[in-house]
Design a protein around this ligand. Structure first.
Ligand code: GLN
Length: 181
């Protein structure tokens, strides 16, 4: 059972991808919803809003503990921000640059190469972050110039873009196959 943190942002789109690939999932809105999860998706949206709502719903310390104890977690866009920030989940040692590619109007799409995928992944970037100064223990899976836009470390996978907004299910499959199962 994969939980989708359902406080703010692109929530239903992640659930739709999981449904499409036949992976059972449920919305995470409170601490009870965290019981028995095999994995967690932290969607894109607005990291400051998600952080405030996690605090308000008494979710922040509980989720942080689960992730730090090894719960497979996939963060997209704002989810990458939260996984990186030292004051948030502090799972990826790197400098996270929020809105690093500019504002809404500078949103863009780009085909990215992943070693693990046979063909490029068409990635949608919306007020996306990127990572720099990435620590040696963090795997950079895809980058644009010197900006890391997909990374993994241990139980954590993070992308600066929104894989749930295209028809391409391969990164969700990658998460389920390599991190959850
Ligand atoms: N800019 C947002 C943030 O910093 C992320 C944008 C997104 O998730 N599409 O939280």
């Amino acid at each position: 059972m994969i939980g989708v943190l359902s406080l703010q942002g692109a929530i239903s789109e992640h659930a739709a991808v999981l449904n499409k690939i036949g992976v059972s999932n449920k919305a995470v809105l409170n601490q009870d919803d965290l019981k028995g999860l095999d994995g967690l998706i932290i969607p894109g949206g607005e990291s400051t809003a998600i952080k405030k709502l996690m605090a308000y719903n008494h979710l922040f310390p509980a989720i942080k503990k689960l992730i730090q104890e090894g719960l497979p977690t996939f963060g997209t866009c704002a989810g990458m921000v939260l996984l990186s920030q030292p004051e948030s989940f502090d799972m990826l040692k790197a400098t996270v640059v929020r809105n690093g590619f500019g504002r809404q109007q500078q949103s863009f799409e780009e085909d990215l190469h992943f070693d693990a995928l046979a063909d490029p992944f068409h990635a949608v970037f919306i007020r996306a972050p990127y990572l720099t100064d990435v620590a040696a223990d963090v795997n950079v899976l895809a980058s644009i110039d010197d900006k890391a836009v997909a990374v993994s470390k241990g139980n954590v996978l993070a992308t600066a873009f929104h894989p749930e907004l295209t028809d391409d299910v391969r990164l969700h499959e990658y998460f389920v196959d390599h991190f959850v199962n």
